[in-house]
Design a protein around this ligand. Structure first.
Ligand code: SAM
Length: 284
């Protein structure tokens, strides 16, 4: 197969991004998805599934820090965490920075992604896959939450977009099944797309989470290679106080947690829940 000079993202028919391909490190169709890992001068190693950028070495920390530390520090005593998806390992790396986390279960539908990323994106998992607290389950996340008798303090849906195998992770049934896997004050957070170009994902999750959780909200962070502006993260919990903690309390917990970040700060944590009008207008 001829190595492409450029990677053209195909997520939107009328709007896209182009990344120059310096070198293709791996390309293959797994049983679930078409996977490519290549090098780009600006963002380092890039992984794409089915023509859509999943993660890059240059900006993955923004996404993984915000999806891991916001719910775990807001919860305050998270010891059992579930990641659905997360095949590249970046989310596991950030979750396991928390000493309070005693057990991390990662449910990934495509073992091939984990294998490739362990080899070609080693800085993403950075040893998390070998942490004794880490448990990998290769199955559909939708099936797992329906059948497991485990309970989790935080559930992180680090999925692809709602197309292909990821589509089931954006349904009301899935959100309801996640609720049944959460402990009393448990928190669910979800990869919920870029509202400027995928606003329907926020509206859909708002409608589908609403009947099952007392507090549903969204928070934002801008990840350059998730094109179109700030990305939304869904937030759903029955603990209506968790989202309202003052910066000083988050700061105290962050200091106690005692680890380094490159994007996340307690002030950013609290500010991320402030929604611009075009996003809050999607919560109908
Ligand atoms: N950070 C990326 C993003 O925001 O789009 C996603 C990271 S990760 C690569 C997404 C993972 O979700 C992939 O490894 C994919 O195999 C996995 N996935 C997709 N559908 C799934 C499902 N139904 N159950 C479990 N994992 C799934």
């Amino acid at each position: 197969m001829e190595n492409p000079e450029y990677f053209d993202e195909v997520l939107h028919g009328d709007y896209g991004q182009r990344l120059k391909v310096e070198r293709v490190l791996y390309r293959d169709k797994t049983e679930h998805q078409d996977l490519i890992i290549f090098e780009n001068a600006r963002f380092g190693r890039v992984m794409a599934l089915d023509g859509i950028v999943q993660t890059t070495e240059g900006d993955e920390h923004i996404y993984h820090e915000m999806m891991a530390h916001v719910p775990i520090l807001a919860h305050g005593q998270a010891s059992r965490v579930l990641i659905v998806g997360g095949g590249d390992g970046g989310m596991a790396r950030e979750v396991l920075k928390h000493k309070s986390v005693e057990e991390l279960t990662m449910v990934e539908i495509d073992g091939g992604v984990v294998d490739f990323c362990r080899e070609y994106l080693p800085n993403h998992n950075a040893g998390a896959f070998d942490d004794p607290r880490f448990n990998l389950v290769i199955t559909d996340g939708c099936k797992f939450v329906k059948e497991t008798d485990k309970r989790f303090d935080v559930i992180i849906i680090d999925s692809t977009d709602p197309i292909g195998p990821g589509a089931v992770l954006f349904t009301e049934e899935f959100y309801a099944d996640c609720k049944s896997c959460l402990t009393e004050n448990g928190i669910l957070v979800t990869q919920n797309g870029v509202p400027a170009v995928q606003g329907f994902e926020v509206t859909n999750s708002w409608e589908r989470m609403g009947p099952h959780y007392k507090d549903v909200a969204f928070y934002l962070a801008t990840v350059p290679t998730y094109q179109g502006g700030p990305m939304a993260f869904g937030w759903a919990t029955d603990d209506v106080t968790a989202r309202l903690l003052p910066v000083a309390e988050i700061e105290k917990r962050f200091q106690e947690a005692d680890f380094e970040t490159r994007y996340y700060t307690p002030a950013v944590h609290v500010a991320a829940f402030a929604l611009p009008r075009y996003v809050s207008d999607l919560l109908v």
